[in-house]
Design a protein around this ligand. Structure first.
Ligand SMILES: [Zn+2]
Length: 205
């Protein structure tokens, strides 16, 4: 990770504004994704300065920072009257970012990796769910067709256990559809994939 990316992401904009622009955030709900305060960089009567905590950026709607969205480096530039190079140097020194693997950067990397992983997991789960449902529907249909052919006790002996399969499939459908119970969904998906695998092997034999 480059030093600049590290600075832009690992250092909280709230912290930087308190430290360099003299803002007191103790009366602001900084847990929100965005909120407005009075701009520290111009004579602002109404709050026209938006802080975005989700992207760690800001924007002054009256034109500070050349009217463009800014980051923590811009905060230091504007409040300390320094150029970009100086601002970066200041942040690196003040936040002890000389080592690329500083605690803060590691923490941020971990958070990002976690976010990416859970998005990927959700996507994967959705895909698996659709695949499992499709495959189960095919099995269910052919099982129902076979069950419908039962005419006598001999037939029942031969294919009667398909009834159990149909009940099981119904149960799996219920589990997979139940969004409130993720563990149950995962368990059902595993069972379904095991079941389908076994069926495939049975066909091959
Ligand atoms: Zn401003």
């Amino acid at each position: 990770m480059s030093a600049i990316v590290q600075i832009k992401n690992a250092i909280s904009i709230i912290d930087v504004m308190e430290r360099y622009a003299g803002i007191n955030f103790s009366y602001v709900r900084t847990s929100r994704e965005k909120f407005n305060i009075r701009c520290p960089f111009h004579d602002d009567r109404n709050p026209s300065f938006t802080v975005y905590t989700d992207t760690n950026t800001f924007r002054c709607w009256s034109g500070c920072n050349k009217g463009k969205p800014g980051d923590v480096i811009n905060i230091v530039e504007l409040s300390q009257n320094v150029d970009t190079k100086e601002a970066i140097k200041l942040l690196i020194t003040d936040y002890g970012l000389k080592k690329p693997d500083s605690e803060q950067a590691r923490e941020w990397q971990k958070k990002r990796a976690y976010r990416e992983r859970s998005v990927a997991l959700k996507k994967e789960m959705k895909k698996k769910t659709f695949e499992a449902m499709d495959a189960l529907k095919v099995v269910e249909r052919s099982a129902r067709d076979i069950v419908a052919t039962i005419r006598n006790e001999n037939d029942l002996d031969r294919v009667g256990e398909l009834y159990h399969v149909l009940i099981q499939i119904d149960y799996w459908f219920e589990c997979i559809m139940d969004d409130r119970n993720t563990e149950g969904q995962i368990q059902a998906l595993e069972e379904v994939s095991h079941f389908l695998q076994k069926m495939k092997e049975g066909e091959g034999a």
